[in-house]
Design a protein around this ligand. Structure first.
Ligand SMILES: [Zn+2]
Length: 290
């Protein structure tokens, strides 16, 4: 298990999956084989599988423990959820909760769940199946996400032509949390406590938030899908197929990289091993330091 100290906190990576999954050339419309060759020395085997052309993207949460409080950042895909259109996420059954327990947190001990955005692979464990119903997995947590994403996907979900939103995940992984009264939606920049804050980082989705953590002078930035893959550190102009607004996505990515070059540790949601990196500014661009 990847575990690291950030100031007074311990961050633990809770893995759901870590396998070659998305085809690189489809995932990044700007994918360039020459770039893959240039970076071949570090890309394989942790970040890219050159044989198959598949990106190796991790799906994990970060468990942040500080002063006895437990905060879960991004909630993966979840178990038993029908996702026919994304076969490798369909009806998953992983020992995610066992891994969370091994890291020191039972579901009822989670104080806060934070979703960087409301896509299917960041909200799944918000709920679990109990007697045929989707109920909050973390009954004592407040769940934090942006009001902008919620309103955006609510409108899509209610539209008979466009819904259900996000492969059905809005209905089984977001609405039950709201109905249980556990959602705390934030709008704009907001401080959640003395060490956690959020800042709007729109582009990948309209309401994506960057989650910022600071303790004892050490900083970390949980970037969700502002960046998916370490190659985007070298190529911040590369958007994924899933980025809703190309221009804003690029601007938010560059802003996150600048924040990290100024000292924040980058805590990605999908980078391959070792899953965390520092960012160096170099020659007008950036490079990851694992
Ligand atoms: Zn994602």
């Amino acid at each position: 298990m990847t575990q690291l100290r950030i100031g007074a906190a311990v961050a633990a990576r809770i893995e759901e999956t870590y396998e070659p999954n998305f085809r690189a050339a489809k995932f990044f419309p700007d994918w360039d084989e020459a770039v893959a060759k240039e970076h071949a020395a570090w890309l394989a085997p942790d970040h890219y599988d050159p044989g198959s052309g598949l990106l190796k993207l991790s799906v994990h949460s970060w468990l942040l423990t500080i002063n006895g409080k437990r905060i879960l950042i991004d909630a993966c895909v979840g178990n038993h959820k029908p996702r026919e259109k994304r076969p490798f996420w369909h009806m998953m059954n992983t020992p995610y909760l066992e891994r969370l327990a091994a890291a020191g947190a039972k579901p009822e001990q989670i104080d806060m769940v934070m979703c960087t955005h409301l896509h299917v692979d960041h909200i799944g464990w918000n709920t679990r199946l109990e007697n045929g119903r989707w109920v909050p997995t973390f009954p004592n947590a407040r769940y934090v996400w942006s009001r902008e994403d919620f309103e955006h996907y609510l409108a899509i979900d209610r539209d008979p032509e466009k819904g259900p939103a996000n492969l059905g995940s809005f209905r089984d992984s977001v609405l039950p949390v709201v109905e249980a009264g556990l959602a705390q939606m934030v709008s704009g920049a907001a401080a959640l406590d003395e060490s956690l804050s959020v800042a709007p980082a729109p582009g990948h989705t309209p309401g994506t938030i960057a989650i910022k953590f600071e303790s004892r002078g050490e900083k970390a930035l949980f970037c969700g899908d502002i960046l998916h893959h370490a190659l985007q550190v070298y190529h911040p102009e590369w958007n994924s197929f899933a980025c809703a607004d190309a221009q804003n996505a690029r601007a938010s990515r560059r802003k996150a990289l600048e924040d990290c070059a100024a000292g924040a540790l980058l805590m990605p949601a999908h980078f391959g091993a070792p899953f965390v990196c520092r960012i160096e500014a170099k020659g007008g661009g950036f490079r990851p330091r694992f």
